[in-house]
Design a protein around this ligand. Structure first.
Ligand code: NG6
Ligand code: CA
Length: 526
């Protein structure tokens, strides 16, 4: 199959010609600019969960608008199939499997990216940008796991990673502490309700979902999630206190979005970088009442609509501030979708024919494509053509170096070792695919995808994600190879193409060993 010829569709031929013809000039021009950059990063939003990616039963007009004004990628990948390693890779340009302690983090994990590491935010700061992070963090806070004093400024937080301003959730909505952290301190701190957090034992006299199910007035767990109760929902981990600082689940999207809008208003006259990481559509799905009960798919559908609403608010703000043309917006997701992720929210029963992965096999956690192939949309009016679709192979691991390239930031030697400047792919000026992308499943099994193939290395884990999600892991004790046209990864052809398997294994070995020379020898340097 000729992928090069297929890379750009839905575009008038003259637009394609103009775009390709001006490639060099465009690149030179864009590299001298400092547009605002907004990363809209959804949580657990699947490849098939947006209307413009074929979602059933849900309309996402604001994301449609973004896609209509930019490029919609159909072969974009997160670096990992769960949040912490995916975000770690995206923000540092280093694969998470290279570093210990990057699995799904507890809410009291110490800060996983260390202050001395170079991050995407550092790149923007180095070029005079104002930088900010909103929403889901899930990369630890403070110096040491389990030793934070949540009642005082945390000794290590996002300011140490290049973010001037941050308003974040420490981990996930299903993990304590259930409070927002603003610039390294609990937001709306309530001195009458000091906060204590433990992932080891409960605090005396505090109810839990396990012992006090009668207190779960908002939602019941289906798996795990039976420890501390906040807002009638039990979570992972134990916490005490919080008082007025505790979030209300139905207001999380509003809080995150309003803080982001305030930041945009304040910084509209200087270049800014904003990492806008939504809680939607992660569990517990508890959208605001104004989105509730409207969707055939129940709360999971409502949460997708709420996500779309947040996107709309950001796009509207860009318009009303008059900065839309000078803002590069990237929208994507941290990993693939899951339906039952541990709360009894009827998401599975109510799918009504919708496929969150868009027909891909597996889902969140898994080595199959459903784990890591995600939506990705890029808009930059005047620089990226409108209404494009691209099947060029891209990975979030390259965002750091690509965006650094865009704004002329220098990446220090040794930093972001896995991130390559593929800006041309992102902006649609270069249709040559990355030779491969590497994906990490929940148990760190690696998969390698090239434009023609998908290889999954042998591993020993269970066939199905063990905690009730019903998701196929993709783990098998022998090598798996699927042709790109077999997008459902149904026919393992490894035995038929031993040379291809061997080559893919060599590439994985070269990447694992950080062996640039071998990569070059293999003709596989991105
Ligand atoms: C799992 C949780 C799941 C989710 C996930 C992390 C259970 C049974 N499951 O352990 O609900 O929180 O971790 O999701 O507790 S992620 O998107 O942040 O990686
Ligand atoms: Ca996630």
């Amino acid at each position: 199959m000729n992928f090069m010829a297929m890379n750009y569709k839905n575009v008038m031929p003259c637009a394609v010609a103009a775009m390709l013809g001006n490639h060099a000039a465009d690149a030179a021009e864009t590299r001298e600019q400092r547009p605002n950059v907004i990363l809209i990063y959804a949580d657990d939003l699947g490849y098939g969960d947006l209307e413009c990616y074929g979602a059933k039963n849900v309309s996402t007009p604001n994301v449609n608008r973004l896609a209509g004004d930019g490029i919609r990628f159909t072969n974009a990948h997160a670096a990992a199939a769960t949040s912490t390693p995916s975000r770690y890779g995206m923000l540092t340009g280093e694969y998470a499997w290279r570093k210990e302690g990057t699995d799904v983090a507890a809410g009291n994990a110490g800060m996983i990216i260390r202050p001395e590491q170079f991050t995407m935010a550092d790149a923007f700061k180095s070029r005079g940008y104002s930088t900010a992070a909103f929403g889901k963090w899930h990369l630890g806070l403070g110096d040491k796991s389990g030793e934070q004093d949540w009642n005082a400024p945390l000794p290590a937080a996002l300011a140490d990673l290049g973010f001037d301003y941050s308003y974040i959730m420490a981990a996930t909505a299903d993990r304590v502490p259930c409070v927002f952290i603003e610039n390294g301190m609990v937001a709306n701190y309530d001195a009458d309700a000091p906060i204590e957090v433990s992932y080891v034992r409960n605090f005396e006299g505090e109810p839990t979902g396990k012992d006090n199910p009668e207190l779960l007035y908002n939602m019941l767990p289906s798996h795990g999630h039976d420890q501390s109760i906040v807002n009638g929902i039990s979570r992972i981990g134990y916490m005490k206190g919080g008082g007025k600082a505790l979030w209300k689940d139905e207001n999380i999207a509003d809080s995150i979005t309003e803080h982001a809008l305030a930041y945009m208003r304040e910084h509209s006259s200087e270049p800014f970088f904003m990492y806008f990481a939504t809680n939607d559509v992660h569990v517990p799905r508890f959208p605001h009442e104004r989105f509730r009960g409207k969707n055939a798919m129940g709360v999971r559908g409502d949460a997708i609509v709420q996500f779309d609403w947040s996107v709309g608010r950001i796009l509207d703000a860009l318009d009303s501030l008059g900065i839309a043309d000078n803002t590069l917006v990237i929208l994507s997701s941290d990993n693939g979708p899951v339906v039952d992720d541990g709360y009894d929210d009827r998401a599975k029963e109510l799918l009504n024919g919708h496929s969150p992965t868009g027909g891909l096999r597996g889902g969140k956690y898994s080595a199959f494509e459903g784990g890591t192939r995600v939506p990705m949309i890029v808009r930059w009016p005047g620089h990226v053509d409108k209404g494009m679709e691209s099947d060029v192979l891209v990975s979030q691991i390259d965002w750091l170096s690509s965006l650094a390239g865009l704004i002329g930031a220098r990446v220090p030697r040794g930093a972001a070792p896995d991130s390559y400047d593929r800006l041309g792919n992102m902006l649609g000026t270069d249709s040559s695919p990355r030779p491969w992308v590497l994906e990490q499943a929940a148990d760190k099994t690696l998969s390698l995808r090239t434009p023609e193939w998908k290889y999954i290395e042998p591993s020993q884990g269970p066939k199905i994600v063990p905690w009730g999600t019903e998701i196929e892991t993709g783990y098998l004790s022998e090598p798996q190879l699927y042709g790109a046209s077999d997008s459902g990864e149904l026919e393992n052809v490894a035995a038929r193409y031993p040379d291809t398997v061997k080559r893919m294994q060599e590439i994985v070995r070269a990447v694992r060993g950080n062996d640039e020379r071998l990569l070059r020898q293999l003709g596989a340097r991105p």
